[in-house]
Write a protein that binds this ligand. Structure first.
Ligand SMILES: [Fe+2]
Ligand SMILES: [Fe+2]
Length: 132
């Protein structure tokens, strides 16, 4: 199980709760994939796309309103993430170039955990002084 560390807290309820929700999606995926990896993968990628788009939109709105100076760079980091999730979904469900198995589940969990820790610690925490 994966959780938000102290270094990943922004101190803004909306943002911290959204990040917790993204962590929950990954942890639930780990559990659900033990029963049915295909269904779990399908539901998780769909939910991840939906929730991250929702989260990125409100995070970017907050950045704009607070005069956060790295808005464009941050927005493009978010867009790259969405692009990568779409690419993963395409390779598993459309092109079927990769099998949906234990390795696929682990790859997604690793990717998500690393991305979240890296992005939140390196980019989201930069917003702290502008939004609080
Ligand atoms: Fe975020
Ligand atoms: Fe962000």
């Amino acid at each position: 199980m994966f959780s938000l560390s102290k270094d990943m807290m922004i101190g803004n309820h909306m943002i911290d709760n959204d990040h917790q929700k993204l962590v929950d999606i990954i942890n639930e995926f780990e559990l659900k994939s033990q029963e049915n990896s295909l269904l779990a993968m399908h539901e998780t990628l769909k939910e991840l796309l939906k929730y991250s788009k929702y989260h990125f939109e409100r995070e970017e709105k907050l950045q704009k309103e607070s005069g956060y100076p790295h808005y464009q760079m941050h927005k493009s980091e978010h867009a790259t993430f969405i692009y990568n999730i779409k690419l993963m979904a395409k390779s598993y469900f459309v092109d079927k170039t990769k099998p949906i198995d234990e390795k696929a589940t682990k790859d997604i969990i690793n990717f998500m955990q690393h991305w979240l820790v890296y992005h939140i610690e390196k980019f989201d925490t930069l917003m702290k002084e502008y939004i609080n």
